[in-house]
Design a protein around this ligand. Structure first.
Ligand code: ADP
Ligand code: MG
Length: 741
């Protein structure tokens, strides 16, 4: 019986025992998963891998020609028995790679020697070491190797697959070959007319050529097709979501004359910038529609997004609804609560004696507040007494109910996923709320189109007038260790001049294993992208260690306070209040202050071990200073050596305050991972072809085609394989969300 083998066929059916091995190491269980794991590179049959690809300490898979092999018998000192050391070498392009094997049985050593016949082509896999006793030559100890896979002329390009642990490239190569040979059905995700219009390969052909091309041209044609396909599926998913959103009805929130919105106008201590007015108009127009707003507001750090959001919230309150403001950290939620309450003055005294009739209340919900404070806040939210409810992730919990939630504002979106937005949107029984997402991390257009492609966007580039300049300087301790003293005297000078200072450390305490470069929820894409290049081996600065050292040493006599995510909520709030009130001179903190914290009198920021932070993070951090009329100063202290990538990154941050340029830079430096949502779960990381940096054109064209298709055929009935792929994508995003919470 020959059953059809398709995308969802279990690998076990096709591969038998190997399937378990593959499943164990890389988590794939279906044909589709395996075939979506593309080779990392190819080595032409007549050539060898380049020796330049070898990195000491890193695992490699390379192909080369055996140059020599010798077996040396010797006496094992420990056991006193006869043993055999086999030394072999392979010629790579530009140099030699050695192999050493140790055996106790002569037969095994001899068998290996026979296989490694000089001149034969061999695939090698192991960890690269440098042998200090043999002129520092590069070696693999007990590598796995395969001469058959290397010699079998399956293709004139030898594929090298990305692998983990004990899984070998040639195991995947063989498995893929078996699967491709029996595969009967390949889902055609790109509709035929689109395919021929764009001159793309058929699905089957593309798979064949991505895994075993005969030449680079075939490989090129395959990537062209698969890149487009990848972009297209993601864009169809987004187009569908937008389409569905347009179909949903909700309450229009148009406000009323003489309400809180108008009253607030009188209170505003400044005039709105052009940009703020324009964005506000866009938002208010959306709120007046009968289907929910889904808008992304990107604004440069310090451009004044909060006021715009507050005015939108008041508009909703005036319409009898409530607004929720979701902040990524407790510190930020508390600050929003303090500053919005202050800005609103009497308008936040709703229900109180002497409160104006148009007034409302502002409630705060966080994870670690006292039980009674939380109870009061939840009651005010549920009864509708609080027109504005501010909170952290705690707001996403089921217990939080609203009387009539009309607007959800998500501040600093980069910490929240698509599905978390969705979670709040479904929180009320009645009509779904309007959603405004705000971010100060400028998002390159292509990423906006892919990750946030279901949102309309507004941008706020200008800063309110009267802002000081921010000067950023790298303090290179590798060459100038004495400069650290000058940093601290500079801090003293600022404080003497009546200003305040932030000192930022990558860790909370000295015994933390990992950096807390992002608190409270690590953002792997930023942190992981840094790698270990050029960092100093010194232990990175930690808040709890550094604070007493500063107090006892260079900052003696100043009022210094620590702040980090592990402090109790009350303590955090107290410290921030004291700093905002000018009762603390120097705040030693982790990145809890990264986003949104707003203290105008703070003019200087010292970032210690700055090389541990990502580009966007540094830009965010630096945005904390230069907020009043005073000039800001940001000192990026680093032990990273001159010319290291880490150092170059810091110089780039110092060279520009243009958030958009830095975002592009950040993106090219990160591992791209899969921004398109075809995500990994567990060890299942699929290497994808599309690059949001390089493939802007493809993404744009895919988007146009997707919109076109969804308009004609919203249910994708005409392309069933696409319909299932898109459904799977929606589903994986839902489960990602569940994984994260
Ligand atoms: P961000 O966009 O980074 O969230 P904020 O909303 O925190 O910026 O605003 C930064 C500071 O600028 C706040 O203290 C805010 O009160 C002030 N601000 C906002 N708009 C204006 C304006 N039009 N003129 C002067 N100051 C403003
Ligand atoms: Mg903000």
């Amino acid at each position: 019986m020959t059953a059809a083998v398709g995308w969802d066929t279990r690998l076990q059916v096709v591969l038998g025992g190997t399937a378990a091995w593959i499943g164990k190491h890389i988590g794939y269980t279906t044909v589709g998963q395996l075939l979506s794991h593309y080779p990392r590179t190819f080595v032409p049959r007549e050539e060898a891998s380049s020796v330049a690809d070898l990195v000491v300490g890193e695992p490699v898979t390379v192909v080369g020609a055996v140059a020599s092999v010798t077996v040396h018998p010797y006496q094992d000192r420990r056991t006193g028995r006869q043993a055999y050391r086999t030394e072999a070498a392979a010629d790579l392009d530009g140099g030699r790679l050695w192999m050493t094997f140790f055996d106790t049985k002569r037969g095994v050593a001899e068998g290996r020697r026979e296989k490694l016949e000089p001149g034969r082509r061999v695939l090698l896999s192991g960890k690269v070491e440098r042998n200090r006793f043999k002129q520092g030559r590069l070696e693999l100890t007990h590598p796995d190797f395969d001469v058959k896979a290397a010699e079998r002329a399956r293709s004139s390009l030898q594929p090298i697959y990305p692998v983990t642990g004990k899984l070998r490239s040639w195991t995947l190569e063989n498995a893929v070959a078996v699967v491709l040979d029996v595969l009967t059905e390949v889902p055609a995700l790109v509709p035929d007319e689109l395919r021929s219009e764009r001159g793309l390969l058929g699905a089957r052909q593309a798979l064949e050529w991505i895994h075993r091309p005969q030449d680079w041209q075939q490989y090129g044609a395959a990537t062209k097709r698969l890149r487009f396909e990848e972009a297209f599926v993601a864009q169809v998913a987004l187009a569908q979501r937008r389409h569905e959103q347009r179909g949903v009805g909700t309450t229009a929130r148009t406000g009323r004359p003489g309400g809180a919105f108008d009253a607030f106008d009188e209170l505003l201590p400044f005039t709105l910038t052009e940009g703020q007015r324009r964005v506000e108009e866009e938002v208010l127009a959306d709120l007046a529609e009968r289907h929910p707003m889904h808008r992304l507001l990107q604004g440069e750090v310090g451009s004044g997004k909060t006021v715009v959001a507050l005015r939108a919230m008041l508009r909703v309150v005036d319409s009898g609804g409530q607004a929720a403001l979701l902040a990524p950290t407790e510190v930020l939620a508390q600050q929003h609560h303090r500053s919005l309450t202050a800005l609103l003055g009497d308008l936040a005294a709703g229900g109180m004696l002497g409160g104006a009739p148009e007034a409302t209340r502002v409630a705060l919900v966080t994870g670690s507040q006292s039980a009674s404070a939380r109870r009061t806040a939840l009651l005010e939210a549920a009864s509708g007494e609080a027109g504005i409810v501010i909170g952290t992730h705690a707001l996403l919990e089921d217990k939080v109910q609203f009387a009539d939630l009309g607007l959800v504002v998500v501040d600093e979106q980069h910490r929240f996923g698509v599905e978390q937005r969705a979670a709040l949107s479904t929180r009320t029984e009645g009509s779904p709320p309007h959603v405004l997402v705000m971010t100060a991390t400028p998002i390159p257009r292509t990423v906006a189109m892919t990750v946030f492609g279901d949102l309309e966007t507004s941008s706020l580039a200008e800063l309110p007038a009267g802002r000081g300049e921010i000067q950023t300087t790298v303090v290179p301790l590798a060459e100038q260790p004495a400069w650290l003293d000058r940093v601290w005297s500079r801090v003293r000078e600022e404080v003497r001049a009546g200003r305040q200072v932030y000192v930022v450390c990558p860790r909370i305490s000295g015994d933390d294993e990992a950096d807390v470069a992002v608190e409270p929820d690590p953002e792997p894409s930023t942190v992981a992208g840094e790698g270990s290049e050029g960092r100093s081996s010194r232990r990175p600065a930690a808040v709890e260690e550094l604070t007493p050292q500063l107090v006892a040493g260079p900052l003696a006599g100043l009022r210094v306070a620590p702040l980090h995510g592990r402090l109790a909520a009350d303590t955090k709030d107290e410290v921030m209040r004291a700093f905002a009130a000018g009762d603390v001179d120097v705040l030693v903190s982790t990145t809890v202050i990264e986003v949104g914290v707003d203290v105008a009198n703070a003019t200087t920021m010292v970032v210690l071990d700055a090389d541990r932070f990502g580009v966007s993070q540094l830009h965010q951090l630096r945005g904390r200073v230069g907020r009043g009329g005073h000039h800001g100063l940001c000192l990026l202290v680093t032990g990273a050596p001159l010319d290291s990538p880490a150092r170059q990154r810091l110089e780039a941050v110092a060279a520009t305050t243009d958030g958009f340029r830095l975002a592009e830079l950040d993106l090219t430096m990160r591992r791209e991972g899969d921004v398109l949502g075809s995500n990994q779960s567990g060890s299942r990381r699929t290497l994808r072809l599309l690059s949001v940096v390089r493939d802007a054109d493809i993404i744009e064209e895919a988007r146009a085609a997707a919109v076109d298709l969804v308009e004609r055929d919203p249910g994708l009935a005409s392309v069933p394989p696409l319909r299932s792929a898109v459904a799977a994508l929606h589903e994986s995003q839902r489960t990602d969300y569940l994984d994260k919470t």
